[in-house]
Write a protein that binds this ligand. Sequence first.
Ligand SMILES: *Cc1c(COP(=O)(O)O)cnc(C)c1O
Length: 349
Amino acid sequence: MSTFDINTITRENVKTLKPYSSARDEFEDFDTAQMIFLDANENPFQNGVNRYPDPQQNAVKAILAKNNMVKSSQILLGNGSDEVLDLLFRAFCEPKVDNIISLPPTYGMYGVLANINAVENREVLLSTDFQPQVEKILDAVNENTKIIFLCSPNNPTGNSFSDESVVELLQNFKGLVVIDEAYIDFSEKESWLTEIDTYPNLVITQTLSKAYGLAGIRLGVCYASEAVISVLNKIKPPYNVNELTQQRAIERLKDSDKIKQEIASIVEQREELLKVLLEVSFVEKIYPTEANFVLVKVDDATKRYDELIAKGIVIRNRTTQPLCENCLRFTIGIPEENATLIKELKLLK
Ligand SMILES: *Cc1c(COP(=O)(O)O)cnc(C)c1O
């Protein structure tokens, strides 16, 4: 078991950084409703958004903390999880020195962000059944490896990673293990959130972009130990989550029945599509899925992709991804869209 030390993995300049103190940071403990704010050069005439937003998004975090049984101090919010992931690079990975490990085929942003931040991306392929190859991953680790990115359920494959492999990595790697749970709400498996007090090197990212139906507002969530969150807080842009986003997120999070209904409908439609795909002549393999999409191996992915485009249906061709030759990814739509897709699939020869 290796020991995790936040100080050895944090970049030197971040450790010594004095964060920007915004006008809105300084009066958290006052009864602000009674005060006159002449400190931030805002336009004083009220229109709902004339003031800077809460830099700590306390109202949003309070709901997430309650729903997930964590402390607000274990949460960081970002402009989509893409910003959260970028902050992890900027806090912990020294450009041109450190490296991260990602496990293709997976979400492309880990590699893109590594490139943007001049951090080496060590790629260790998933096994043919799309599970992490733990020994090979640990072999790829050196003293400059700061983060291992696990995406579970994984995009584009749809499966989640075995508990044993995740635990092995958490126990044997002394950097951060980030589990991207963008699709966790479509899975019957539990989130790794319950383990953040057990593993100080565990970071979980989630998003309101998928199951929560708010891709347009850009809100990503990071859960981790207070030590990790406080480092990220030091470097985040002060007003990274805007007022409209905070308001819409609060509204939506309160409507948990509606969210549950929509997820149930998507899962039902997914099972429907899976049944039909079994009967489609050019389908060669349907990969197990715990997400709101399904990866399917076909005879000729580019041909089938083009045929569906001609019918006005846009799916994702993943054939160029490692281990995904001739694979298509279908996102689950509303019942009417799914019915149209099914009708067209049955017509293709
Ligand atoms: C869609 C997706 C996200 C979402 O990113 P946002 O920036 O929050 O919209 C994150 N991770 C994975 C694996 C995804 O597929």
